[in-house]
Design a protein around this ligand. Structure first.
Ligand code: URA
Length: 265
């Protein structure tokens, strides 16, 4: 690792409130030992298969048709390359019309962790790659502080197209694009999902709750193929850039992930 990279990680530790080191390991607060906690006062994601989710908002017939179309097309897809081509050719989401590029997931097809964000921003839209702007730079630092990187993990978004002006995606846009995200998860079959921000957590876990309530608990995602994957929700890097005081909490989430990776290795 070069000096610049080490400096960036050190800066991240300091921002996250790490004040002491013990050997090579940054020393932070002790993590709770509980593995999977239920969602506070809400149903757990495992109670419903994500593909059978009842819509919490009424979606138009056109949106429902587009969702069904996306789901059906995904069924015949078995590799990330095929899925990328499918998404690039999909015309059921109007966001594609205003986006410059389709931003598909990137990283290892054998990743143990998938990091999931909301949607491409301006930089990602221009470059056609996920998390390459300021949020991505912070994500890189946080990952690298726990020994992860873009080569051994997979990074993707709920939406492959940038909403104009970075507005929050509508429920319909999320619903139409969700089958593509879920298929990426089914193909990779990671050990863990790291859900960054309320949009990612809400879409994958089928809950509507604030990220402050969702973050820091191990939850379970159950796919339509019956697979069960442990998920951790945390703050989105863009939120951390605007609210640096929350970096300490995000750091504990990364330590939780690191601990799980070690336990399950
Ligand atoms: N924010 C996201 O949610 N995803 C990106 O790819 C970039 C910024």
């Amino acid at each position: 690792m070069n000096t610049q990279k080490l400096k960036e990680i050190l800066e991240w530790y300091i921002c996250a409130g790490v004040e002491e080191t013990a050997g090579d390991e940054p020393f932070a607060q002790v993590l709770p030992t509980k593995s999977i906690s239920p969602l506070p006062a809400r149903e757990t994601a495992s109670q419903k298969t994500q593909s059978e989710r009842p819509a919490t908002t009424v979606l138009s017939q056109a949106v429902n048709d587009a969702c069904q179309n996306a789901r059906q097309q995904c069924q015949n897809i078995n590799t990330l390359e095929e899925l990328k081509k499918l998404v690039e050719g999909f015309d059921g989401c109007a966001l594609k019309l205003t986006a410059s590029n389709t931003v598909f997931g990137e990283g290892s097809p054998k990743a143990r962790v998938i990091f999931i964000g909301e949607a491409p921003g301006a930089d990602e839209d221009r470059m056609g790659r996920p998390f390459v702007g300021k949020s991505g730079q912070l994500l890189d630092k946080m990952m690298s502080a726990v020994g992860l990187n873009r080569e051994n993990c997979y990074i993707t978004n709920v939406l492959p197209w940038r909403p104009p002006g970075n507005r929050t995606p509508t429920d319909g846009e999320v619903a139409v694009c969700l089958p593509f995200l879920l298929r990426q998860i089914e193909i990779i079959k990671p050990d863990f999902l790291f859900l960054m921000g309320a949009s990612a957590a809400g879409a994958v876990l089928n809950v509507q709750d604030s990220i402050s309530r969702l973050r820091g608990h191990w939850l379970e995602y159950q796919g339509s193929d019956g697979c069960k994957i442990e998920c951790l929700a945390s703050f989105h890097p863009a939120y951390l850039l605007r609210n640096p005081a929350q970096k300490a909490k995000a750091w504990t989430d990364f330590l939780r992930l690191k601990q799980k990776l070690e336990e399950k290795s």
